[in-house]
Design a protein around this ligand. Sequence first.
Ligand SMILES: Nc1nc2c(ncn2[C@@H]2O[C@H](COP(=O)(O)OP(=O)(O)OP(=O)(O)O)[C@@H](O)[C@H]2O)c(=O)[nH]1
Ligand SMILES: [Mg+2]
Length: 226
Amino acid sequence: MHDSSDEHMLERILAGNDDLAEHNREHFDELNLTAVNIMSAPGAGKTSLLECTVATLAPKHNIFVLEGDMVGNLDAERLRRVGASVFQICTGRSCHLDAQMVARFLHTEPLAGVELLLIENVGNLVCPADFKLGEHKRVVLLSVTEGDDKPIKYPVIFRSCDAVVFTKCDLLPYVDFDIERAIDNIRVLNEDVETFVVSSKDKTGLTEWNSWLSQKVGAKVASLES
Ligand SMILES: Nc1nc2c(ncn2[C@@H]2O[C@H](COP(=O)(O)OP(=O)(O)OP(=O)(O)O)[C@@H](O)[C@H]2O)c(=O)[nH]1
Ligand SMILES: [Mg+2]
């Protein structure tokens, strides 16, 4: 149970994080890059989707991946194997990336020419929702093995995202997940959210997902030219 001093401290931490996220956003805009924060429960398929995304979009866009994990570099190594440039952040005991970690990355890594920064957040459906990073777009993955009730149970992350990607749809015949019901559950919280139904295994729906990302990069370039 939280008392009011806990609440007050959390508000102060989040306000400080919001300020730094603004600072990161200014950096991203100066660099003309589109930053996308990819969030989900552990194992929903973030790295698998990023492997497919990098393989398809790298010839078209200059992509960089920021990889967030509590420990280790397993996912970073997977992404390097498909040719991605990757920077690993290990969060230790923290269950999410925060704006300060991203600010440190921005001040160390030369990103000139990068058009798309894909940020894989730590697997967690709760904490990453509150900690903005300065990203332009927020994406939540929900795998069909998790249950279509998750938007009702974890509303904060679904309320504040721009797109939801239903992953592992090759497993739909074996689970009770109802895509329409899941979309209804999300739209109650977030009317304008975009949705994608994908499988990194059989490649279903990846064209639509990659086009959406590409279009965000294109829109950024167009806004700079106008
Ligand atoms: N059947 C099926 N399995 C998948 C698919 N995508 C990922 N997986 C499997 O799901 C497991 C977790 O996938 P990851 O891509 O590592 O998930 P993640 O969200 O990056 O995991 P964390 O970084 O640990 O949170 C692996 O065993 C993948 O092979 C898919 O589209 N279909
Ligand atoms: Mg991963």
